[in-house]
Design a protein around this ligand. Structure first.
Ligand code: HEC
Length: 111
């Protein structure tokens, strides 16, 4: 194998490793940014979650009402209820890919 081929191979495997790491980040991002309101299991049963009216994302009906594109938009722009911000926008905090991975992660809460 030439040096060039070796370098390419190293670069390629590095890229795969980084991509895998990012996907695996959803649970960590959830615990860090979302669980305070939505709870680790998506039930929204934390003190803050009850205060702001977080839904129970284990509920199949709530899951069916959640649409991927609307969920992504809500995550980017935040959510207002009765003129108050109940969820802040995350577009400056997390990347589009991270937000999509979080929506996918939320689907796993369904019971
Ligand atoms: C300060 C509390 C709070 C935090 C923190 C929070 N949320 Fe929310 N979120 C809410 C509330 C309240 C709603 C509206 C009621 C509901 O859908 O549970 C909501 C709604 C949503 C929706 C909208 C679903 C739909 O039907 O369109 C998604 C998706 C969502 N949250 C994901 C997240 C993710 C992912 C995070 C972390 C990056 C997060 N939330 C952090 C309070 C919060």
């Amino acid at each position: 194998m030439s040096i060039k081929q070796t370098l390419l191979l190293v670069a390629a495997s590095w890229l795969v490793a980084v991509t895998n790491l990012c996907a695996a980040d959803a649970p960590a991002n959830w615990s860090k940014n979302c669980a305070s309101c939505h709870a680790m299991d998506g039930s929204g049963s934390t003190r803050m979650g009850r205060q702001v009216g977080a839904k129970d994302y284990r509920d199949a009906k709530v899951q069916a009402e959640m649409k991927d594109d609307a969920a992504l938009k809500a995550l980017k722009d935040g959510i207002q209820a009765k003129g108050k911000e109940v969820m802040k926008p995350f577009k400056d905090k997390l990347t589009e890919d991270e937000l999509k991975a979080l929506v996918a992660h939320m689907r796993t809460f369904k019971k």
